[in-house]
Design a binder for this molecule. Structure first.
Ligand SMILES: [Zn+2]
Length: 232
């Protein structure tokens, strides 16, 4: 009697599995095409940030200027002259790793190859870092790149703190805002909002690592709300 009951349950189970399989195929789904969620990292890495932004990114103007003079172009007078100097400079445009700040003014989108490569390394590392920490993807923005002598003069008329010796004149230096990011989301999908503080903490970790590896000098700019970065 007990054996009969066991066989009955076994037959019932097989029937149920079979029927479910038929229903699934009728819906056009084979086991291989069942939608799977995007793979998430097995272990989410924690977010540590850095102990202090100013203390972790203390590089002063003179430190930046030394590398700018070593690796940069001769300062460019104006945009017309910049057109003639394109062999020394690389065009910087929005791409899968970073986005040009739509509000960028007072600079033109060119860097020396060394600085373009440092910017791309930072942008890629940032996306990697967001992924392993399980944070929705955001691209960094680039708010300032090469400034001509005329740009620097114009900036000095509106901002007495703007340095006439700006490293942005050499094409070695770029700015990444820390309070604004570009959310990466597929069309018709609203990603969950991520606090800018979280994004800033992760960016600070990435920048600390590349700076310690000797890629660049970094100054934390409180007034401009950005990291001022020079390739070295
Ligand atoms: Zn700057």
């Amino acid at each position: 009697m007990r054996r009969l009951k066991k066989n009955y349950y076994l037959a019932l189970f097989c029937c149920t599995v079979g029927i479910l399989g038929i229903v699934r195929m009728a819906n056009g789904e084979s086991p291989a095409t069942v939608k799977q969620p995007l793979p998430q990292p097995a272990h989410r890495h924690p977010i540590y940030s850095v102990p202090s932004f100013s203390g972790t990114f203390p590089d002063l103007q003179e430190t930046h200027a030394e590398s700018a003079r070593q690796w940069g172009v001769k300062p460019v007078r104006n945009r017309i002259e910049a057109e003639k100097r394109k062999s020394e400079l690389v065009f910087i445009g929005s791409n899968p790793f970073y986005k040009m700040d739509p509000g960028m003014n007072s600079s033109i989108p060119y860097l020396v190859p060394r600085a373009a490569s440092a910017l791309e390394t930072i942008a890629r590392n940032y996306l990697d870092s967001l992924h392993v920490k399980g944070i929705p993807l955001h691209k960094i923005l680039v708010s300032s790149v090469l400034r001509t002598e005329e740009d620097v003069e114009r900036l000095r008329r509106t901002n007495i703190n703007a340095s006439p010796e700006s490293c942005h004149r050499y094409g070695t230096t770029f700015d990444i805002p820390y309070n604004r990011y570009h959310t990466v989301e597929p069309p018709h999908e609203n990603r969950r909002a991520v606090q800018n503080d979280t994004l800033k903490w992760i960016l600070a970790e990435v920048l600390r690592d590349v700076r310690e590896n000797g890629l660049c000098h970094i100054k934390y700019e409180v007034k401009q709300g950005c990291f001022h970065i020079t390739a070295r």
